[in-house]
Design a protein around this ligand. Structure first.
Ligand code: ADP
Length: 226
């Protein structure tokens, strides 16, 4: 089976990861997954304001995901939306498990992600960009987080759905993992699938994430091992 863009079912889209793209952030990264592009900037650890939001025994991760107005065909409304708030929360949860938050009590770590071009899989591109940006900022982590969305088109399990594929797929299953021990930090699904499908989809998602994980490490090596 060949997909609309010529990929095999198990292929991720052409991907680029660059660490350290922003001068003013403590850590940053840009991720391109096909036509989807996300940029992440990390600030901190820094003092948490307002103080009432401080956590006594750990840092708080403050994630903000947003799509720029020029990221979609129809100019997206600028500013936060219900969707972007929900995704900010989901991304926060997907990353929190990986960060040693307990090393920075009362602090805040700001993770700001702008999707500058959207063609499906923006939450997964955002997680990949943020994960590399956190590592680029030197924040201690258990592991990097790698994320990809998988689906099922014409009875075949496919990795990294592109925009035109989203409508064709029986489901859209974004997954994030910490590949070293295989822990899953994001797993979402809408729709109706037999258990065997879910199992297989999770398996191919993990395989896709393993490829992305290698690219994340390579981007950090390129930036820091000169
Ligand atoms: P994800 O981007 O993580 O796949 P969704 O499933 O919510 O999340 O969105 C799928 C795709 O639909 C996005 O990647 C984007 O290409 C498109 N999209 C989402 N929200 C909007 C919007 N407000 N305007 C135009 N396109 C959008």
């Amino acid at each position: 089976m060949k997909r609309g863009d010529g990929r095999k079912p198990e292929d991720i889209r052409p991907m680029e990861i660059t660490a350290g793209v922003l001068q003013k952030a403590n850590g940053s990264a840009m991720v391109k997954m096909g036509r989807t592009i996300a940029v992440a900037g990390v600030f901190g650890p820094r003092q948490m304001f307002p103080r009432r939001l401080q956590q006594f025994s750990r840092a708080v991760l403050q994630c903000r995901y947003i799509m720029t107005p020029f990221s979609t065909d129809e100019r997206a409304r600028p500013g936060p939306s219900r969707r972007s708030k929900e995704l900010s929360m989901v991304i926060n949860k997907a990353l929190s498990a990986a960060v040693f938050l307990e090393e920075f009590p009362k602090a805040a770590i700001g993770v700001y992600i702008d999707v500058i071009q959207a063609d499906a899989g923006t939450r997964t591109a955002a997680i990949n960009a943020a994960s590399v940006a956190l590592a680029d900022a030197g924040i201690p982590m258990r592991d990097l987080v790698a994320a990809v969305a998988v689906g099922k088109i014409d009875g075949k399990y496919v990795v990294d759905l592109a925009g035109p594929e989203e409508e064709l797929s029986d489901c859209d299953l974004p997954v994030a993992v910490m590949p070293r021990d295989g822990r899953v930090t994001l797993l979402q699904m809408d729709g109706d699938l037999p258990p065997e499908d879910v199992k297989q989809l999770l398996k191919i998602a993990k395989e896709g994430c393993a490829k992305i994980y290698e690219m994340e490490k390579e981007a950090l090596r390129k930036r820091w091992m000169k």
